[in-house]
Design a protein around this ligand. Structure first.
Ligand code: RTP
Ligand code: MG
Length: 136
């Protein structure tokens, strides 16, 4: 059974010219792009997307980072797409948690600047796709 997940190539990934590399990994895994957009993120969108982290020490910096430059938002589809993309991304901390061979493990150094976001559950995916692609 196919499912959908919301993927962001965060502003660090765009600024470093890694969009093509990251999209290639998604496509080579066998996942399908069903929506794709380069956009600058309004603060309200970032706040809604990361509402679960409100009040945490990294929240203000995270909002500044996400709104600080263009990012790529995408909806990705395939069997177990949510877990499959989280596997491609690697753990949140690119050095301590993400394995070599994952996007974060191969390209990241700092937890904040970890290149990509992927929805972490079916409920998150539905919520996040609604935020970024309300017409989908
Ligand atoms: P994401 O939501 O972006 O896919 O990442 P995640 O599930 O792996 O990690 P999460 O705990 O949801 O954290 C969201 C994002 O906040 C930044 N962060 N910084 N400085 C820090 O300690 C810290 N912790 C989290 C990262 O950009 C992380 O991806
Ligand atoms: Mg998360």
């Amino acid at each position: 059974m196919s499912e959908r997940t919301l993927v962001l190539i965060k502003p660090d990934g765009v600024a470093r010219g890694l969009v093509g590399e990251i999209l290639a990994r998604i496509e080579r895994k066998g996942l399908k792009l069903v929506a794709l957009e380069l956009r600058t993120t309004e603060r309200a969108v970032a706040e809604t997307h990361y509402a679960e982290h409100e009040g945490k020490g990294f929240y203000a910096g995270l909002l500044d980072f996400i709104t600080g430059g263009p990012l790529v938002a995408a909806v990705v589809e395939g069997p177990r797409a949510i877990a499959a993309f989280r596997q491609l991304a690697g753990g949140t901390d690119p050095v301590e948690k993400a394995a070599t061979g994952s996007i974060r493990g191969d390209f990241g150094l700092e937890t904040q600047f970890n290149l990509v976001h992927g929805s972490d559950s079916p409920e998150s995916a539905a919520r996040e796709i609604g935020i970024w692609f309300p017409n989908l």
